[in-house]
Design a protein around this ligand. Structure first.
Ligand SMILES: NC(=O)c1ccc[n+]([C@@H]2O[C@H](COP(=O)([O-])OP(=O)(O)OC[C@H]3O[C@@H](n4cnc5c(N)ncnc54)[C@H](OP(=O)(O)O)[C@@H]3O)[C@@H](O)[C@H]2O)c1
Length: 271
């Protein structure tokens, strides 16, 4: 069994990497920090699982980096059982990547779009494949259709919520195309993690509080694991361990198809 985990160097992603390593999976984590990646490899070696642990450094806010990761994963693993999409980075101020995309749109949404679709075939080769995307689970819209990349009135760290709403629509369209796969959208609530990012002073103070008042990572993992384990297909949305309905406007199929078309256009414009 194989698990590929973006954001696997830290927080909930790292905790899930440890869970799958304990279960005997091959585990590949992706992040930018070689210090954190090497710590994972050292811990895995100490636990006698060094031969099953891999770290792939990559900046997933860049389209080419996502494509490189897809190529490396497809080369290395015949099938993927679990794909976790957990990389994120807070920004109080709007910025753009070298590709010209708003940074949060690029990392929180576009990377997950590229990895979901780019790894769909290798997921299909597994017995009961599951994708876990930390989206909005219907809690974080609305989508700004006239300003997907938040050029006007950038909402600070609220940009993550906007990315979450886009990820929800990604999940809807993905399961329309690949109905045999299971796609889980999870909003874990406030979890005490590192909250890596660049903050203005007011947001930094609020985030400091979250680092102590958020639920432990172990609780967030315990709340989502039952939804990843069973054989299932289609779309599941989970809010803090509870399944939430996916027949609401946040999961509208026409909106999902519209976003898919817009995303293809953006990517075509890039190449
Ligand atoms: N914590 C919460 O309260 C909370 C609430 C709602 C939703 N969530 C969602 O849960 C998921 C996990 O969150 P978390 O709090 O566990 O995260 P976290 O501890 O802040 O870790 C973020 C991860 O993203 C990686 N990352 C950041 N920028 C990257 C880039 N450019 N390319 C590749 N990787 C990058 C980091 O790796 P490096 O450091 O190695 O770059 C790290 O592994 C996220 O999707 C988040 O939105 C969390």
């Amino acid at each position: 069994m194989t698990a590929v985990i973006t954001g696997g160097t830290d927080g909930i992603g790292r905790a899930l990497a440890d869970v799958y390593l304990d279960r005997g999976h091959e585990v590949l984590i992706v992040g930018t920090s070689t210090v954190k990646g090497e710590a994972f490899l050292r811990d895995a070696a100490r636990a006698g699982a060094g031969d099953r642990a891999r770290f792939l450094p990559a900046d997933l806010s860049l389209v080419a980096e996502n494509r490189r990761v897809i190529d490396r994963v497809v080369e290395r693993y015949p099938a993927i059982d679990v794909l976790v999409l957990g990389a994120r980075y807070h920004r109080s101020t709007r910025s753009e990547t070298a590709d010209g995309f708003e940074s949060n749109f690029a990392l929180f949404y576009l990377s997950r779009y590229l990895l979901s679709h780019g790894l769909a075939d290798v997921l299909r080769r597994a017995g009961h494949p599951t994708v876990l995307n930390f989206g909005g689970a219907g809690q974080t819209g609305p989508v700004r259709w006239d300003d997907l990349q938040l050029r006007r009135d950038y909402p600070g760290t609220g940009a993550l919520g906007h990315g979450g709403a886009l990820c929800d629509l990604l999940g809807v369209h993905f399961t329309e195309v690949y109905g045999e796969l299971h796609y889980v959208l999870n909003h874990p609530g406030a979890v005490a993690t590192s909250f890596a990012g660049e903050y203005d002073p007011a947001t930094a103070a609020a985030v400091d509080r979250l680092r102590t008042t958020g639920k432990p990572v172990s609780q967030a993992v315990a709340q989502i694991l039952p939804f990843l384990d069973g054989p299932a297909t289609g779309l599941t949305a989970v809010l803090e361990g509870r399944r939430v309905p996916t027949d609401t406007t946040a999961f509208d199929r026409r909106d999902a198809a519209r976003l898919d078309e817009l995303t293809k256009d953006l990517l075509a414009g890039l190449s």
